[in-house]
Unconditional design. Structure first.
Length: 317
């Protein structure tokens, strides 16, 4: 009776259990046989081979009379978690190494312009141009640092957004008015149809405006890089029961299909002078607002379409 109870207890244990007598398996519970992938009872097996046959099991053994009891703990989950954490650590290391490089490059640009500015041999007429370049470089550095801080806060779960009704019409009007001059200088036509006054989404105004400004700004920039053909950026809307879709389509230089999966990764940029943080941060902000973003392109010189979806205000979940 005691042996039967003991046998049942060993079968129910959450550890692998193998009992050897002079190298022959006299008992193996179900977990041991499942993990090792074979029937063990009566098999000749060396104690030191157990580890090689189950690399994700940590074994401990002890002797009771003529028997050797081997208990194994499955550490595959722990090893998998260690590998995951190692991968996260490597990603963070690469992220901060690239961030440091970007900040250093921007700072060196400013220092270079200022060094020329104070050079007595530089003519006064050139100094105004140098000062403007140094100022522009300082603005880029400030924007980079702000993007970095926001991205890290979101990654750490330390940034929260308000959840409030936002009227699209007013916000987009402000953004388009700010970008009209930029589009005109780049010889790009910017088309944004009027939106109903009551078209309202849920989110945070600052985050929404930041995302839309970045997306439309990118569209203008990449459209202006097209050497010939029409240069137009169009913003359109579609209403759904649960949300509102905003589509930004451009006739610009397009994106190679193999590059599309990497666009939302930080520091991945396919434009001269770009840091690659804009889209990565935009995606994070949209996700915080429980929205979605997707980018499509048929290839080089075939334009790009960015589709954004936001929750509609006043709709029950």
């Amino acid at each position: 009776m005691e042996a039967e109870v003991f046998h049942k207890v060993l079968q129910m244990m959450d550890v692998l259990c193998v009992i050897l007598e002079e190298g022959v398996v006299r008992f193996a519970n179900g977990k041991a046989e499942t993990t090792l992938g074979k029937k063990l009872l009566g098999q000749q097996i060396r104690e030191d081979l157990l580890q090689s046959q189950a690399p994700f099991v940590k074994w401990k053994s002890f002797n009771i009379g003529r028997y050797t009891v081997c208990l194994g703990t499955d550490v595959s989950r722990e090893k998998s978690e260690i590998e995951r954490l190692k991968g996260e650590l490597d990603k963070r290391r690469d992220f901060f190494a690239t961030a440091t490089h970007e900040i250093r490059s921007a700072a060196n640009s400013i220092l270079g312009y200022l060094a020329l500015f104070v050079d007595e041999e530089i003519k006064l007429a050139h100094r105004e141009e140098l000062a403007q370049k140094a100022y522009s470089a300082a603005l880029r550095l400030s924007a980079l640092v702000n993007d970095l801080l926001d991205y890290v806060r979101i990654e750490e779960g330390a940034k929260e957004l308000k959840d409030e009704p936002l009227k699209i019409n007013c916000m987009l009007h402000e953004i388009v008015e700010d970008l009209k001059g930029y589009a005109f200088r780049k010889d790009v036509e910017l088309q944004v149809p009027s939106v109903g006054e009551n078209l309202t989404i849920l989110g945070e105004k600052k985050a929404f405006c930041r995302v839309m400004r970045n997306i439309i700004d990118n569209a203008i920039k990449f459209t202006s890089m097209k050497e010939k053909g029409e240069k137009r950026v169009t913003v359109s809307f579609s209403e759904e029961e649960q949300g509102i879709s905003i589509t930004v389509h451009d006739t610009g230089i397009g994106i190679e299909p193999e590059k599309l999966p990497h666009l939302f990764q930080p520091f991945v940029s396919y434009s001269p002078g770009g840091t690659g943080l804009g889209l990565a941060l935009s995606k994070k902000l949209i996700e915080l607002m429980q929205g979605e973003i997707a980018i499509r392109s048929a290839g080089t010189d075939k334009g790009t379409t960015v589709e954004l979806w936001f929750r509609r205000a006043g709709v029950e979940k």
